[in-house]
Design a protein around this ligand. Sequence first.
Ligand SMILES: [Zn+2]
Ligand SMILES: [Zn+2]
Length: 354
Amino acid sequence: MHPPCIICLEDSNILTQGICSKCFMFFRRVVNEKRMRRCVSPCEEKRVGSPSFCRYCRLQKILDAGIIIEDHITWNEKILDSRYWKTLGKRLEGITNDSQFFVLLLLQRYQREIHQNYNTSLISDYEVGVVKINQKTYRCAKPSDVNLTLHIGFRNAIDFANQFPCFRNLGIERKRLIFAEFGIAYLLIDQAFKTARMTDDAFWFLQNGTFLHPSCFFGITNGVSPVQYDAPTQARYHCEFVNGLLNEIKTPFSNLEIDAMECVFLKTLLLFAASFIQRVNVEESKEIVSRCLMRLMEYTIKKSPIDGMVRYGEIVMLIGSIRCAIKSFYNQTTVSNVFHQSNFDLFVRGSFPT
Ligand SMILES: [Zn+2]
Ligand SMILES: [Zn+2]
């Protein structure tokens, strides 16, 4: 016998990630709803039957548990056979003549389209930390948003890295070491890409459309704090961290208008620049890195014939900034309630260095 579903605690027919098919179907159905009647805890609705709490509470439980939809529609080559992706592939043809990087571009596009599914569900204008940008409503990220975006980021990074045969063949422990670094790099690039397109103001956007802001810190609750710093100290660390992301990554991403193809090159370089992978697959990673740099150079020169070389240099320099940001990120998990590991689900915790 399976243990019962971690959400409704009733059904034992587990479909995925510890939850039953009914809860999973419910999640798929409602995750796109823009408005939902809020509920004050403890749940007011006294319902008989399954589950015994309201829709709002059920969705909150699922989000807090870090359940994601991708598990069931994970990337594979078959997706490329569908009409939508064939048409898109045609449209993007010629962006690079290297088929390996072209497939990675489509994969990234696929992942970013799925990120839309998580956008702005459950926002009411009256919540704290809600702002309007270009008529749309956005919410300040909560610990569960940080967890969700880490979860999505790590999964996306794994799918991306698995496109390289030399990576696929590594053992689990080695992969873990690589992902501790590359997983964060991967999600920072996706966030920077999104952030650079949203607004010039001091917002840093996560993949699900929630944001971090230097002066907006909601990490203090009445409960026990998992980190040893008081509220003002945490708020100060938060401010420094977000400003670092904005100055070191968002600014160059906006100034250079980094595009999707360049994101793919950056991700590839960061995967093979990960301190660990170089030691295991020397020949293969050398080949990929030099091919990637060459394709990037061809690409930037084609994109801006006059100063393509300068652009190339500036993009390569971004690797250093992103690696610094990875360090700040891990530092943040020890000084801030919002980023503390106790908020993370098992998958995310398992992806972290120990
Ligand atoms: Zn259930
Ligand atoms: Zn409720």
